[in-house]
Design a binder for this molecule. Structure first.
Ligand SMILES: Nc1ncnc2c1ncn2[C@@H]1O[C@H](COP(=O)(O)OP(=O)(O)OP(=O)(O)O)[C@@H](O)[C@H]1O
Ligand code: SF4
Ligand SMILES: [Mg+2]
Length: 391
């Protein structure tokens, strides 16, 4: 940890991918009929013309995940805590893709896993608008952070994760058919024949063939394995999908195919994504909004184009400067230097201050809060940035 990795990952989209993404982005945006309320004008119309018609699918407030640091020795005791996620707050709207970016160790995976309750939160809330045909309106809002395990299990079908390493997330001893249908079996859904039909259908959706269901994972390429992982995640028809570095391990051309597949499936199944990634070029192309994390905290949250054309937080500016191929027109302010803050021993004040070329008097004493810093609704935590006039 400590080395900044993005600069070692030059990335250029293949021409076909660029074309595809560019033609999709405006239609994708206009087809999403929701927006972040802060980003809308007084009539409820957002910058891209979306109208606000929907409640958030997920409302995260002050979410914290601390890991204990234990002393070595026979009788270990807790001597501190790693603040892997600290006070994360954001809303996620149906059909949108929220990017989570930041250097290695910034807390992206822990944040996503804590929301899905793969990890127990230390504190905070994560209100999820769950499908429930028996509830008025067909939905009920539950706090995932505090829900007892027995109530959580039926909701797991509505929240799924796609992992970075498709091979290690697939059981090598199971056939593809068994891997994909396992969630149906666990939740006791359908007869064997119905389950098989569903597997055949989802295999086709992700670009694989029905005969692939009798093969084992080792017989597939990396891109095909990721398609199997996607099929397994989607067979339960989730509403929320977390893709954690889902394309990072794939060749560039295969990355483009899998990203296009994720975007197509999002439209078809009205999926809402949290897209965790190092690669800012990919994030820029597929996300509606982006949250930038540093040392367990969200330091900037903005609409994608706004973030990339006008990064406000010094850390975001450093991240962009470290990524080649982002956009030659964006003025690069400085390169990130120094070690990533140790989340087990954070510096006082702004956690970024030891690395920040813009630090000034209050930065090593006072912790900045995440607040709205532009009329558009962009939020950032930096003493240099203040709320817009009138807010
Ligand atoms: N089970 C754990 N016990 C203790 N510390 C942990 C645990 N899991 C994660 N951490 C710490 O929490 C911090 C955030 O880790 P996390 O994996 O969420 O980062 P990340 O942003 O996903 O990084 P990467 O980009 O490398 O995947 C790190 O300092 C990590 O060492
Ligand atoms: S609060 Fe200070 S140290 Fe932190 S990012 Fe802003 S200027 Fe830099
Ligand atoms: Mg991670």
């Amino acid at each position: 940890m400590g080395k900044f990795e993005l600069s070692h990952r030059p990335y250029t989209f293949p021409a076909t991918f660029r074309l595809r993404i560019n033609t999709m982005s405006s239609s994708t945006l206009s087809s999403i009929s929701v927006a972040h309320p802060n980003l809308a004008d007084a009539n409820g119309v957002a910058p891209h013309g979306q109208t606000i018609t929907s409640e958030p699918l997920l409302r995260v407030r002050n979410l914290c995940k601390y890991f204990p640091i234990k002393s070595k020795g026979i009788i270990s005791r807790v001597i501190g805590k790693v603040k892997a996620v600290d006070n994360a707050s954001f809303d996620l709207y149906p059909g949108e893709t929220l990017g989570l970016v930041g250097e290695s160790g910034s807390g992206k995976t822990t944040c996503a896993r804590t929301i899905l309750r793969a990890l127990s939160p230390t504190s905070g809330t994560a209100h999820f608008r769950a499908k429930d045909p028996s509830a008025p309106g067909g939905h009920r809002v539950v706090d995932l952070a505090t829900l007892p395990d027995r109530d959580l299990k039926p909701l797991r079908t509505q929240m799924q994760m796609i992992f970075q390493d498709p091979y290690s997330s697939l059981n090598p001893r199971m056939t593809v058919g068994d891997i994909i249908s396992e969630p149906l079996l666990i939740h006791n859904i359908g007869t064997p024949a119905e389950r098989k039909d569903k597997v055949v259908a989802i295999l086709r959706k992700v670009g694989l063939k029905p005969e692939h269901m009798n093969r084992y994972p080792h017989a597939f390429s990396g891109g095909q394995r990721q398609r199997i992982g996607i099929a397994r995640a989607l067979i339960m028809r989730p509403s929320l999908v977390v893709a954690d570095e889902a394309v990072s391990a794939l060749d560039v051309s295969v990355q483009a195919q899998v990203i296009n597949l994720l975007m197509d499936l999002q439209q078809e199944f009205n999926l809402t994504y949290i897209f965790v990634a190092h690669n800012l070029s990919v994030v820029r192309h597929i996300c509606n909004r982006v949250a930038v994390m540093y040392a367990g905290r969200i330091v900037e949250l903005a609409e994608t184009e706004e973030l990339f054309s006008n990064p406000r937080h010094p850390y975001t500016q450093g991240l962009m400067a470290a990524e080649p191929n982002i956009d030659p027109d964006i003025p690069m302010q400085f390169a990130l230097a120094g070690e990533v803050a140790d989340t087990g021993n954070l510096p006082p004040g702004c956690a970024f201050h030891p690395r920040c070329p813009k630090k000034f008097a209050p930065c090593d004493k006072q912790e900045p809060v995440l607040q709205k810093v532009a009329p558009s609704g962009c939020q950032a935590s930096c003493h240099l940035l203040t709320p817009p006039a009138g807010s």
